[in-house]
Design a protein. Structure first.
Length: 392
């Protein structure tokens, strides 16, 4: 081959390599909204499991009770207490590691603030595995659950505040990419909610005992897991970030639309804020010792009538030992009743901070605020509260 031919051939190969790399880059790069974040600098990025046990079924041994834990430690860690992030019902830890439109999640946000972050999948959910013999039957999630509660709630109008929703990062249509991403992320779950509370309580305690004193961030269903963990190990829980925690106290609320809006559901939290025992003072033998009363009139027309303890109210001494934040968005189905949980805690001698995002001028968020357009703005509210409250 002549010199000129060699140079021409080499140039062609180089051009093909460059073009191929460009095409590969386009194909390999996921669809992502521009969030302006630079590279995430980590000292550690990995995972492990806690609380794994052996369960024997028909003479064969299986692993059960385990909790998957994803860990990110910043290259420059400026806060001594890590944040454990626990997702809610039907979801997994991906609630915190990204958004339906491809932006970073709360996990990356708090790593950038100098926190080590541990994101879990609940036992029996997603990467934590499922053993039917240990956990019993599962519940699967209908696709329209996401539409009516998170994505396009303003169209369904099941509760008064639903029409205020503006922050979903998509069109809200059933076939919109962001809608599909959220619906695809919803997971089968253990049908027995009481069993979920026991499994998560024990696994989270095992995680705390492994990594040491931590901040516990719970969302939705996981609120009922955080209280018994803090009650059992107040020495290891430095703060609770209860993001629209499971509630309201005692009875569930069903949303039926106008004009009545609310219907009382089943007795889901017989220990007030949990279905599993808590340490009350004076002590109780079982949940039946807690006497409850309901408000004659709701605090506002768009609120439910709260349940409380009959006076004199028993106290929750172990939950008085750490700062607690309860945070509620404007348009969520929790907006009608999170104040009931706050009131219950205060009646029991606990002193939570209650932040309603609307009072800070943050409007339009649903229950899954960590996935919405302004997720960083809300994370900044939480970060400021931690800076102001948790003393190192």
């Amino acid at each position: 081959m002549k010199t000129n031919d060699i140079m021409t051939y080499a140039g062609l190969v180089l051009a093909l390599i460059v073009a191929g790399a460009a095409v590969f880059g386009v194909l390999a790069k996921p669809a992502r909204a521009d969030d302006g974040d630079g590279p995430l600098m980590l000292a550690r990025d990995g995972f492990f499991y806690v609380n794994a046990k052996t369960t024997s079924v028909n003479g064969k041994d299986y692993v059960s009770h385990q909790m998957y834990v994803e860990v990110r430690v910043p290259a420059k860690q400026t806060h001594p207490y890590p944040i454990i992030m626990v997702h809610g019902g039907t979801m997994s830890g991906t609630n915190y590691t990204g958004t339906p439109d491809g932006r970073e999640g709360w996990a990356q946000y708090f790593v950038r603030q100098g926190y080590a972050v541990y994101v879990v999948d609940q036992p029996g959910r997603a990467r934590s595995g499922y053993l039917t013999a240990a956990y019993g039957p599962t519940n699967n999630v209908q696709k329209d659950n996401a539409l009516s509660r998170f994505v396009a709630q303003e169209k369904f109008k099941l509760w008064p505040q639903a029409v205020l929703h503006t922050q979903w990062p998509g069109t809200g249509e059933p076939d919109d990419p962001a809608t599909i991403q959220l619906a695809a992320s919803q997971m089968p779950a253990i049908a027995d909610f009481n069993e979920q509370q026991i499994l998560n309580r024990d696994a989270l305690i095992a995680l705390l005992e492994k990594i040491g004193p931590s901040i516990l961030l719970t969302h939705s269903q996981a609120g009922a897991f955080g209280w018994p963990v803090a009650d059992a190990r107040p020495d290891l829980v430095k703060a609770i970030l209860a993001i629209e925690p499971n509630g309201p106290p005692f009875y569930q609320v069903e949303f039926i639309g106008a004009p009545d809006w609310f219907k009382q559901g089943t007795l889901a939290l017989p220990y007030g804020i949990t279905a599993v025992p808590l340490t009350y003072s004076p002590p109780i033998k079982d949940a039946s010792d807690l006497k409850m009363v309901q408000q004659d009139k709701a605090d506002a027309p768009d609120h439910v009538r709260c349940y409380a303890q009959a006076e004199p109210a028993r106290q929750l001494p172990n939950l008085q030992k750490m700062p607690i934040l309860v945070l509620t968005s404007e348009a969520s189905y929790h907006a009608p009743y999170d104040h009931c949980t706050v009131n219950y805690l205060r009646q029991a001698g606990v002193k939570p901070t209650y932040i309603r995002l609307v009072d800070l001028g943050i409007h339009g968020n649903s229950h899954v605020m960590m996935l919405e357009k302004n997720n960083k703005e809300i994370a900044a509210v939480i970060a400021k509260w931690l800076d102001d409250t948790v003393k190192e």
